[in-house]
Design a protein around this ligand. Structure first.
Ligand SMILES: Nc1ncnc2c1ncn2[C@@H]1O[C@H](COP(=O)(O)OP(=O)(O)O)[C@@H](O)[C@H]1O
Ligand SMILES: Cc1ncc(COP(=O)(O)O)c(N)n1
Length: 266
């Protein structure tokens, strides 16, 4: 059985965070496990509050998983504090696992999901350990300190992020105008994974779903660029099948893949 671990926050409304990750793993035929970093009270409209998990309990969750059911890949989502970043970095150091990091900062509803100290710790301590980082436009700007308004600027930001240590940078274009173009940079060259923009408000959990789909395909043994290509096809289908649930940005439709067949052709 192929296995994957998500280290991320809990979204009680089920659209993002750990809940999106586990749905994605299941849809892609991967046994999912979780280490929860923070419990967020949120829904399709707003974030209300959060309770961060104590670092020793976060560390114990990761150790419990690694010590018994070693995952084939790891996805990291919301890390609410520098302490959480350091805990995860310490737990993963020395493992040779493929790690996909979605540097979550702000919920689609607009609220910041982390403490002020998180960003610097993420850059210094976690980026050098990860295989792939998947920032959206705002996250790429915050991490690189560079503007990302045009294609050349996005390429420059990707170069700067690569210098912080990940093997590959995938700068997501979900918030661009026009086509949803994700820029992939592996230190040697750029390529783009592009889909037409789907006109929908139901995009809660897109970043979580893309990163966990990449982790699922890496766990299944696909090479990096191929895992990204397949994950892009998965996220595009999940957005196209989005669910009109809640009064705000609704969740994605993971269940259209329930028989596991559609993704085989993508
Ligand atoms: N309306 C859309 N139509 C098609 N693809 C989209 C749309 N919105 C986001 N995506 C894709 O979803 C993935 C997540 O991107 P993005 O929304 O930028 O992440 P985040 O949730 O971190 O802000 C990317 O592959 C992006 O291109
Ligand atoms: C617990 C948690 N983690 C992550 C996100 C971001 O979600 P998105 O994938 O829409 O950027 C969220 N809203 N809540």
């Amino acid at each position: 059985m192929v296995t994957a671990l998500s280290i991320a926050g809990s979204d009680c409304s089920g659209g993002a965070g750990i809940q999106a990750d586990l749905k994605t793993f299941a849809a892609l035929g991967v046994y999912g496990m979780s280490a929860i970093t923070t419990v967020v009270a949120e829904n399709t409209q707003a974030v209300f509050c959060r309770q961060d998990i104590a670092p020793d309990v976060l560390a114990a969750q990761i150790e419990a998983v690694l010590g018994d059911i070693p995952p084939d890949a790891v996805k990291i989502g919301l890390l609410p504090s520098a302490a959480a970043v350091r805990t995860v970095a310490a737990a993963l150091k020395g493992t040779a696992l493929p790690v996909v990091l979605d540097p979550v900062m702000v919920a689609s509803a607009g609220q910041t999901l982390h403490g002020a100290d998180m960003l610097e710790a993420l850059k210094a301590e976690l980026l050098p350990l990860v295989t792939l980082i998947t920032p959206n436009l705002a996250e790429a700007a915050a991490l690189s300190g560079l503007p990302v308004e045009n294609h050349l600027q996005r390429q420059a930001a990707a170069l700067k992020l690569k210098d912080l240590g990940p093997r590959v940078v995938l700068l997501k274009g979900g918030h661009l105008d026009g086509a949803a173009e994700d820029l992939y940079y592996d230190g040697e060259g750029f390529c783009a994974f592009t889909s037409p923009r789907i006109d929908t408000k139901n995009t809660h959990g897109t970043g979580c779903t893309l990163s966990s789909a990449i982790a699922a395909y890496l766990a299944r043994g696909y090479a990096l660029a191929q895992a990204v290509e397949k994950a892009k096809a998965y996220i595009t289908g999940a957005i196209a099948n989005g669910l009109a649930l809640g009064r705000g940005a609704g969740p994605l439709g993971h269940f259209y893949l329930q028989d596991g067949k559609q993704e085989e052709g993508s």
